[in-house]
Design a protein around this ligand. Structure first.
Ligand code: BGP
Length: 507
């Protein structure tokens, strides 16, 4: 029956993130009942292209704490996640990534895997406490040397290194000095950036000072789920957000001052993703508003961060909605000076895309979230709705506001995959998920949104923060007991995506 649905219905299913072939028509029935008559589509989506632009950059991503292991080797200092992992009940099954994917020791093998995959770029992060065990002061030469060797290996394999400077692993010593609540953190971060940029700047292609401050400030300092596990008053949360963005600004300045060659500097973030529930103009308008909104008492916003980092000001909505919580500094002249530091010119905005909420205009004219229908496809991690349309709408909304070129710095899916009896790791769900998301990304590009590249999360299975090793996001399966790598079916498929400029996802 599902193959015989009308073209119009198929289009609507695609709009809702539902595959025309994989879903029973029955799943639409309750939806229709609860929505009444579906409004006429008044926005026309651009057609899918046949391929991605020839100069589109393909890559895969990891982060130091999630893959490196070697937690206490070669002089690495502890970070806040080492502390949180040792608190019972904070991480799934109290797991600690002391060894994790052991990338620290298997780096050459991992670069060879990337080469086999034909990856043109690799996004990785640098562990601050591996380079500066105390966060400031003495440089750990062995730690820095690891990244030096990684870059040489990547370049020898023809892979462009994309470096993130902070992917959630604050040196524990700095946490004990107040961490992001200490105004000095911006200078600590700038000093660390200078050390790294001096050594690696001749080879890194692109720099991202911060990855997802929404998460490490929001989940780490307000909700207490991530390291350092604090639940602070919102005033302090706002101060921590402000200070980490001052660090971002100072790091951008440091990279530009230290690195002589032409280099890209940007940021990677994951705010909130909101997509229209239908193609009615009203719903699209309200999705745009909600995607660019800053709600009170939450760090989960795109604009709170990007307005500051790109436009050099906080959204009025952020200041007004949190008027009762403003840090004292916000009522002084220091704020304007700080925002000048924060708002450095950026070459790109990186967005990490996984799930989305769909919204529409409710009867009272206000936005309302439309629940996903029963039986809707969800991912293994967090049971997120599979919502490929976020790859069309979010780049579009973000670009419209900031007019800065974009990269998808993360996108991927956790699947409960394992190595089969035939010795291979079959992950059709990851292939299908990624193809759906890439198709919608192609649509955004066809619509004129300058998305310049895509990094798959992740190259390797790895430590998924508070979820421990429960989730597998990799294109390559990792046996954590032996370290053995098994490229999944998706790795071979992704190689074809890269070599065909994505023609296989549209075909
Ligand atoms: C991003 C993080 C990554 C990785 C990824 C996995 O937020 O930057 O480090 O953990 O998420 O997806 P999830 O958000 O499901 O944890």
């Amino acid at each position: 029956m599902s193959h015989r649905v009308s073209k119009r219905l198929v289009d609507r299913r695609e709009l809702l993130g539902l595959g025309a072939t994989s879903l029973a028509a029955a799943s639409l029935a309750p939806l229709r009942r609860s929505w009444g008559a579906l409004p006429p589509a008044s926005i026309k989506l651009p057609a899918l292209p046949r391929e991605f632009p020839k100069d589109f950059l393909w890559g895969a991503a990891t982060a130091a704490y999630q893959v490196e292991g070697a937690a206490a080797e070669d002089g690495r200092g502890p970070c806040i996640w080492d502390m949180l992992c040792r608190k019972p009940g904070k991480v799934w099954r109290d797991q600690c990534p002391d060894r994790s994917a052991d990338h620290y020791h298997r780096m050459k093998e991992d670069v060879a895997l990337m080469k086999n995959m034909g990856l043109p770029a690799y996004r990785f992060s640098i562990s601050w406490s591996r380079v500066l065990p105390e966060g400031t002061g003495a440089v750990n030469a062995k730690g820095l040397d690891f990244y030096d060797r990684l870059l040489d290996e990547l370049l020898a394999a023809g892979i462009a290194p994309w470096a993130t400077l902070y992917h959630w692993d604050l040196p524990l010593a700095l946490y004990h000095r107040g961490g992001f609540l200490n105004r000095d953190v911006a200078e600590w971060f700038a000093d660390y950036t200078r050390v790294v940029a001096r050594k690696l700047g001749d080879r890194v292609a692109a720099w991202m000072p911060l990855n997802e401050p929404q998460v490490y400030i929001g989940s780490g300092m307000q909700l207490g789920r991530h390291a350092p596990g604090d639940q602070l008053r919102f005033t302090e949360v706002m101060l921590a957000a402000h200070n980490t963005m001052r660090g971002h600004g100072r790091a951008v300045q440091a990279v530009r001052a230290e690195v002589k060659k032409k280099v890209l500097v940007g940021t990677a973030q994951a705010g909130v993703n909101r997509i229209p529930a239908t193609l009615a103009a009203d719903d699209v308008k309200i999705a745009r508003e909600r995607a660019l909104a800053t709600d009170p008492e939450t760090m989960y916003s795109n604009t709170l961060w990007l307005d500051a980092m790109v436009l050099g000001k906080y959204p009025a909505e952020y200041l007004k909605g949190n008027a009762a919580h403003l840090p004292p500094l916000f009522s002084t002249g220091v704020l304007a000076d700080d925002l000048k530091v924060i708002g450095q010119p950026l070459d790109f905005i990186g967005i990490n895309q996984y799930q989305a909420d769909r919204v529409r205009r409710g009867k009272d004219g206000k936005a309302e979230t439309v629940p996903w229908p029963d039986g809707f496809p969800i991912t293994a991690s967090f049971e997120w709705a599979v919502a490929p349309e976020t790859m069309y709408w979010m780049p579009k909304f973000i670009y419209e506001r900031y007019k800065v070129p974009l990269y998808i710095t993360e996108n991927g899916v956790s699947v409960r995959d394992w190595v089969s009896l035939d010795g291979k790791c079959h992950d059709p769900t990851r292939i299908d998920f990624t193809a759906r998301y890439l198709r919608e990304l192609g649509r955004a590009i066809a619509d004129g949104v300058p998305v310049r590249g895509y990094f798959h999360w992740s190259l390797l299975d790895n430590f998924e923060w508070a979820e421990g090793f429960k989730h597998r996001f990799g294109l390559v399966h990792v046996d954590y007991q032996t370290g053995k790598r098994t490229p999944k079916d998706s790795a071979a498929w992704f190689r074809d995506v890269i070599s065909s400029h994505g023609r296989n996802v549209f075909g």
